[in-house]
Design a protein around this ligand. Sequence first.
Ligand code: UDP
Ligand code: MG
Length: 322
Amino acid sequence: MKEDNKLDISVVVPLYNEAESLPELCAWIERVMNENGFSYEILFVNDGSTDESWSVIKNLSTKNPAVHGICFSRNYGKSPALNTGFGAAKGDVVITMDADLQDSPDEIPELYRMITEDGYDLVSGWKKKRYDPLSKTIPTKLFNATARKVSGIKNLHDFNCGLKAYKNKVVKHIEVYGDMHRYIPYLAKNAGFDKIGEKVVHHQARKYGTTKFGLDRFVNGYLDLGTLWFQTKFGIKPMHLFGLLGSLMFVLGFLAVLVVLILKIVAMNSDTFDFYVTNSVYFYLALACMVMGLQFFLTGFIGELITRNSPERNNYQISEKF
Ligand code: UDP
Ligand code: MG
């Protein structure tokens, strides 16, 4: 017998204006759970929908006590919705899926098995055969190739798949903010959870409603990847980057000053060679390099002060202790 508050699975569903899909999705999840005998909860996180979504969720919860809802007062985005769902999830295994019926609940039992038996910290879905427009699938390929390279998670083909499974402790130790839901495997890896697997999942075309992300997803996606890369490499030691850049600039600037000085001395001792410091390109190079070098150093110092004050600075993931 399970303890009362122990659950096998929490299904977290972030949603924004998906009223038509919800009853079908909920019934499908319930069917899969019952067929497999899982104890479960379904957490619908309503991300400030302006349609009927919230009343549909309330209605679903009256029919099934395993259905829970969290309602944002406005639209914050998919990452905040996931993060809030993660905070509330009680199940041993946490499964996220999109609300638009593009992800299939039939994948749940195998995802659960991969986490509990194969020992993965995180298993990400891979929409090997996608039912999305070409304008989305081609940039997505590029995006995933870059993400693989930067994150060092070489075995993932589809970072941004909405269907993923996690050990409970993984979701409690990552913070998904901004638009970082695209990089949850990278966040998990940085938090010390590196058993990351992949499962080919079935994908369908959107049945109701429209996509909530425009083409700006690719621009923002790349910018976020840059931020994450920087945070991972230099997050708690920003001086290592800025100090290096600053020193480089100072060396360049110093060399330029040296050239100016030598030319000036030569000119002073010569009757034929004239040299005006302010006419020389090296003079301006020296000026620019020194100013930039100083800026890099100051940025580094400010960065160090900020990390010193971060409450996270001494949070390390300890896997074993005795
Ligand atoms: N979503 C959300 N908040 C938003 C945008 C999207 O909760 O601001 C949800 C959306 O309702 C869906 C999931 O995130 O359940 C994925 O969105 P969508 O299907 O539009 O993305 P796509 O499949 O086109 O990548
Ligand atoms: Mg979708």
